[in-house]
Design a binder for this molecule. Sequence first.
Ligand code: NAP
Ligand code: 8YV
Length: 323
Amino acid sequence: MTDNKPDVLLVGPSKPLLAKGLEPAFTVHRLIEAKDPETFLNGVADRVRAFAVTYSNQKIDAEFMQRFPKLEIVSSFGVGYDHVDAKWAGAHGILVTNTPDVLNEEVADTALGLLLCTVREFPQAERYLRAGKWEQAPYPLTVATLRDRTIGMVGMGRIGQAIARRLDAFGLPVVYHARRPNAGVAYKHYPSLLAMAHDVDVLMVIVPGGAETRNLINAAVLEALGPRGILINVARGSVVDEPALIAALRDKKIFAAGLDVFVNEPKVPRELMEMENVVLFPHLGSASAFTRAAMDQLVVDNLISWASGKGPLTPVPETPPKK
Ligand code: NAP
Ligand code: 8YV
């Protein structure tokens, strides 16, 4: 028996909201449940018109997309889509959507939490208490404080602005680097990242991942940030040259780092694990049930809107829908 529901390939784990949203409108093929993924993909390749991509190691690259001659849209979970070759998709008439905005405030909360933890050593102090050391002596005063720091934002987009609003409320000076000045904000813009790194005490990184930002935060930038400088990365691991960061922390070229993202997640370099002047989060920027549900819903809503002929809700700039 056949029906007219479009065939969707679900890449990555299913979730209740996705199942509830997709099943009435689409025939859903779950790659994750396939005993033999190659045979499974060969069996559905001629029918699949859309992907729903949740978290997965599967890169949505040209080689993968080429296997699906009827593919029209890739609806991806997360605002970052560096795992999808959107340029190739755009050149081949395939739409790509992401889940922007619904996570801005959650990720900004995480960024501020990570900044506070790194500057004031809250995780280290908690470990100290649990180890029973408070009974011998109070936790030492922290060398670092936010009170004398200017924050240099690397990226001033949707999430960057939500972070900057919080920093404003903390009474902290904010400046930023992006390729172009953002007409919507009044903060000082630095065309040169190196010049900004010289002038600030914290670098807060919130740019997209991918080839254009790979190793943007390199040894020279860390050197410019200097020995009292703190690096916070809530963007992508690839944006920071990880070996250069490890060396800078080890050689006291910078003071500390707070990291939510890593080059080879979920693996975290042993050197970072062993350092006391580093706070490590397991990529939890958007990870509340509330915000993840909004992201799941947007994955579904993009597909429903596309299937109804109204076009996707949040296409990425590389794949603008046809008018
Ligand atoms: P957005 O609105 O597109 O903002 C991106 C910002 O980065 C813009 O200011 C952009 O300005 C700047 N930028 C882009 N390429 C650049 C480059 N090569 N050099 C310098 N600046 C550059 O994106 P968003 O929604 O704020 O999200 C940003 C990223 O955060 C996502 O792509 C994702 O990777 C990451 N993220 C992480 C988590 C987490 O859980 N840790 C959660 C959500 C998002 P210009 O274009 O003018 O340069
Ligand atoms: C997700 C993120 O956790 O939206 C993003 O870009 O990094 C996070 O919100 C990530 O996409 C993992 O699925």
